[in-house]
Design a protein around this ligand. Structure first.
Ligand code: SF4
Length: 352
């Protein structure tokens, strides 16, 4: 029986009391239900509270249960059909941003929700505006509420997200326990990918994470010294060889190849020689599900180092080298769309 959001009343109450609350079912059923009907719950506080009151125990949802939804969307930019971002206010005058990226495969619209795990980020990567602010850890409920708000936004346009990626503000592994708590629910409702620049808690993740979690690793450089230049904190925290060996362990324990992310910056890391070195490095260490090339999006942080976006032709040349070496390499030209509302990679979190 499908619960029609607008029909909440005795019928919905029965639904919650039977289908969702069947004795042997656990908290993730409630989470999946809330995500599926997010638009309804986000606009209707009473029924939201009722669903939480009636729902089964679930640690990550306890703060929502005690105090109901704590965050609110203060502004949205873009639109659900082509993507956008939500600016979300948290108690204590904090603001975070959640991007919604829309891709199309064979005319099907596939939205992905890009959640933030911290407000700001201590990693201070040179090309990223999020790193201009100190990182403050978000509790698990604040990560989960981003998904509810984004799903509600999409559902107003009759869309729903199948993917959630931890690629918004912050380094999720620096907020390890809250991220893990949120992952335990999200991996039940969405195909979920955690993206990291590679910090020591990655060693623990393989053993603790849900088995179906995908991993994306932001390398951005094929050599240690260049990596330390672009990622001054993360590059020193784990040397390239050590990072890749941990990622290899993660691939073995989950059975999924890692996705490699690489921001292309004109004249810095975008030559054919860089592409060849990257191919050799990955081939020597990883199974690798694919390489995602992201043309640098202009940022305040990057402009202070003179960084510029590469031409489309340069991006394609780089991709060609990787493809010739047998890698599934793609260019995320779609992130250019996010530039107009500052939701592209590296641009989140400068306001607020
Ligand atoms: S790129 Fe990621 S890890 Fe680096 S500063 Fe930005 S948010 Fe932090």
């Amino acid at each position: 029986m499908a619960l029609k959001p607008w029909s909440f009343g005795p019928q919905a109450r029965r639904f919650l009391a039977t289908s969702v609350l069947d004795g042997h079912q656990v908290g993730f059923d409630l989470w999946r239900h809330l995500a599926k009907h997010a638009e309804f719950y986000c606009r209707n506080q009473d029924t939201w509270n009722l669903a939480l009151d009636l729902g089964p125990p679930c640690d990550a949802l306890t703060p929502m249960r005690e105090r109901s939804i704590l965050s609110r969307v203060v502004r949205s930019e873009g639109d659900a059909a082509s993507g956008g971002k939500l600016v979300i206010a948290l108690p204590g005058n904090k603001q975070i941003e959640t991007a919604i990226v829309v891709s199309r495969k064979r005319s099907a619209t596939q939205p992905t929700i890009c959640v933030s795990s911290q407000a700001g980020c201590a990693m201070a990567c040179r090309f990223c505006d999020t790193g201009l602010r100190r990182g403050v850890d978000l509790p698990a409920w604040a990560i989960l509420e981003q998904v509810l708000h984004a799903e509600a936004w999409l559902q107003r346009a009759n869309l729903t997200a199948s993917n959630v990626v931890f690629m918004g503000m912050g380094e999720p592994l620096l907020n390890y326990s809250n991220t893990l708590e949120a992952l335990n629910l999200l991996c039940r409702s969405h195909k979920t990918t955690l993206s990291t620049v590679g910090v020591p808690p990655l060693r623990r993740l393989a053993a603790a994470a849900p088995r179906n979690l995908r991993l994306a690793v932001s390398l951005h450089a094929p050599r240690q010294e260049l990596r330390e230049e672009l990622l001054p904190v993360a590059g020193r925290a784990l040397k390239l060889e050590e990072l890749l060996s941990i990622v290899r362990g993660f691939e073995e324990s989950t059975g999924f190849g890692a996705l490699i992310q690489y921001i292309l910056i004109k004249g810095v890391n975008d030559t054919e020689e860089d592409a060849n070195q990257l191919a050799e490095l990955i081939a020597a260490h990883l199974r690798c599900a694919g390489i995602n090339l992201i043309p640098y999006n202009p940022t305040q942080a990057g402009s202070s180092f003179g960084y510029q976006s590469p031409s489309d032709a340069a991006c394609k040349r780089f991709r060609q080298v990787l493809r010739q070496r047998g890698f599934n390499a793609t260019i995320r030209f779609s992130t250019k769309l996010g530039r107009s509302w500052s939701a592209a990679c590296g641009q989140l979190g400068l306001e607020g």
